[in-house]
Design a protein around this ligand. Structure first.
Ligand code: TMP
Length: 210
């Protein structure tokens, strides 16, 4: 994939600490004078947020087909790219996405079993050259993920209600991405104090911004 400068994404299974790390990263980059646009996927634009509602609705569990799911994640992405990401990058801003196309690789490609080839073809169509130059995976075990999300006490959405084996496959998908695409995907241990995780994250991001 051709990648876009100043475009970063964070990945990981639920409870990996993405939100905390993204907030810390934005604070750090803004203190250095960068203008930063933050978004989450699926979402980040009005149409994409509405698609998110469909994707995560627990009422569609057992009804939504795997290909429908794959296409809807890509439809949400196509919109946020056109409406938010491309204009921000063209204006010289840094874009930080809470999840992006490597989620599709791990969740739909690996865990749903649709395969890397199919996901990659669609990703090329959806993203073109608008693909993060660096994605950092915050790696935690599925047990840790379950313990952290249980603490939140929220009702699970359609994806969160999948079984532990599904998330084990997602995790393996992320680790495979970091192994096979190390030029643009790096995995770091997310099961540490937030400051220690952040030290690694900020080093990786700043190395790209020089
Ligand atoms: P989150 O914002 O709470 O992480 O919810 C998004 C959910 O959607 C999460 O379970 C991961 C999943 N997802 C995919 O399955 N494929 C994708 O391409 C993306 C972006 C997210």
């Amino acid at each position: 994939m051709k990648t876009a400068k100043r475009f970063f994404s964070l990945e990981g299974i639920d409870g990996s600490g993405k939100s905390t790390q993204i907030d810390m990263l934005i604070k750090e980059l803004e203190s250095e004078g960068y203008e930063v646009v933050k978004l989450r996927e699926p979402g980040g634009a009005k149409i994409s947020e509405q698609i998110r509602g469909i994707l995560l609705d627990p009422a569609f569990k057992g009804i939504m087909g795997d290909d429908t799911e794959l296409l809807l994640y890509n439809a949400a992405r196509a919109q946020v790219i056109a409406e938010i990401i491309r204009p921000a990058l063209a204006a010289g801003k840094v874009v930080i996405a809470d999840r992006f196309a490597w989620s599709t690789f791990a969740y739909q490609g690996y865990a749903r079993g649709l395969g890397a080839d199919k996901v990659q073809r669609l990703t090329e169509l959806t993203c073109g050259d608008c693909f993060p130059e660096l994605t950092v995976v915050l790696d935690i075990t599925v047990e840790r993920s379950r313990a952290r999300t249980a603490k939140r006490g929220e009702a699970p959405d359609r994806l969160e209600s999948e079984k532990a084996e599904f998330f084990e496959k997602v995790r393996q998908g992320y680790l495979a991405a970091a192994r096979d695409y190390s030029d643009c995907v790096q995995a770091i241990d997310g099961d540490r104090a937030p400051e220690d995780v952040f030290a690694d994250l900020v080093k990786l991001v700043k190395a790209k911004l020089v």
